[in-house]
Design a protein around this ligand. Structure first.
Ligand SMILES: NC(=O)c1ccc[n+]([C@@H]2O[C@H](COP(=O)([O-])OP(=O)(O)OC[C@H]3O[C@@H](n4cnc5c(N)ncnc54)[C@H](OP(=O)(O)O)[C@@H]3O)[C@@H](O)[C@H]2O)c1
Length: 314
């Protein structure tokens, strides 16, 4: 394993974060119907109270509303909060100059002078990892971000980003990827192991598989909206996994299915960033950190989910 660089060490010290896609998103998350600004504020405050001090947002969440809300909340609190946001490589963003320009917009929406982590949201067919990283270098030089990350990058793209930044003496801090007990692609294709070798923090998004690992959904009671059709097949295979999660939770003082699921990710060396729509969900999710499953329990959960979906090579 490569020595973790001083600049990115703080990310490796964080056990859990809070995702902010739910903040303003109507299409997938039903903002305005299932939750409003009041519930979002309460979930943010509960997270802080319980020691979660890392928030992940993006310029595209709620078309900028997520960043605006976070900016409002940050003005009202005393505790330091680490902020991560993302650059979206829209097809018309073809040069490196778009990266600092987009970050300037994010900083204005949040009322901040700098963020702690600026990530490229997705790789793109239109702009290379090298060009986007040159833009990121500019952001670091201007003091607008403390560290640089990528998201949804497979190993090849990740290594290209890593090398470009290395030429400027800047470490690649993180790769934010889809990772949960029900989606173990990054484990199976080697991205997790390679990231660890290079000192790149793996941030696990959709760590509760968009609510499936809360235990409240089933084939008879699927999640609402687009999530329902996305998960038809997975829901059929869910009951034995939920049963095992419940059994393991009981061994740890009645931890919930979602808490055990989040802890499994922490045991795998990832940083989960669950989304929460209200205070209760935020409180429960915070309880996924601060303790550890045994190696035997991790192995049992591995075995129970090994064949839950097909995995392709990177
Ligand atoms: N980089 C990327 O491309 C990317 C992609 C996706 C997400 N992300 C980031 O990752 C974060 C988390 O992922 P995610 O939001 O997709 O999914 P998630 O964290 O797996 O699931 C969040 C949803 O699960 C339900 N839930 C959460 N905690 C619960 C609890 N304790 N009990 C019962 N239900 C609970 C809530 O929805 P319901 O109550 O409606 O079920 C909540 O909105 C996002 O907010 C975002 O910051 C990044």
């Amino acid at each position: 394993m490569t020595e973790v660089s001083n600049e990115t060490r703080f990310l490796h010290a964080i056990e859990m974060g809070l995702g902010a896609w739910q903040w303003g998103d109507r299409l997938v998350w039903g903002y305005g119907q299932t939750h409003t600004d009041k519930e979002i504020r309460e979930s943010f405050e509960a997270s802080l109270t319980l020691g979660v001090r890392f928030v992940d947002t993006a310029e595209i969440y709620g078309s900028g509303y997520s960043e605006r809300l976070l900016g409002q909340f940050l003005k009202e609190i005393d505790q330091p909060v680490l902020v991560a946001t993302k650059f979206f490589p829209w097809p018309w963003r073809l040069t490196k100059g778009f990266v600092p320009r987009a970050l300037k917009g994010s900083l204005e929406r949040m009322g901040l002078e700098a963020v702690d982590l600026y990530q490229v949201h997705w790789p793109s067919l239109f702009i290379s990892p090298e060009t986007m990283m040159e833009g990121m270098v500019e952001c670091v030089k201007r003091g607008w971000t403390r560290t640089v990350g990528v998201s949804n990058f497979g190993q090849k793209h990740m290594l290209r980003a890593y090398s470009t930044l290395a030429q400027h003496g800047i470490p690649l801090a993180s790769n934010q990827v889809h990772f949960s007990l029900l989606n173990r692609e990054v484990e199976k294709n080697g991205t997790l192991a390679r990231s660890k070798e290079l000192g790149i923090r793996v941030i696990a998004y959709s760590p509760l598989e968009k609510g499936l690992l809360s235990g409240k959904y089933s084939s008879e009671n699927p999640p609402p909206g687009v999530r329902g059709s996305q998960y038809t097949e997975l829901l059929k295979k869910l009951p034995p996994v939920l049963k095992l999660l419940q059994e393991i939770g009981l061994e740890h003082g009645d931890k919930t299915v979602s808490q055990v699921s989040l802890n499994w990710l922490i045991c795998k060396g990832a940083l989960p960033i669950p989304g929460a729509k209200n205070l209760r969900q935020a409180e429960l999710n915070a309880g996924g950190a601060g303790w550890r499953l045994t190696e035997e329990e991790v192995a049992k959960l591995d075995q129970a989910t090994d064949n839950i979906r097909e995995y392709k090579k990177d």
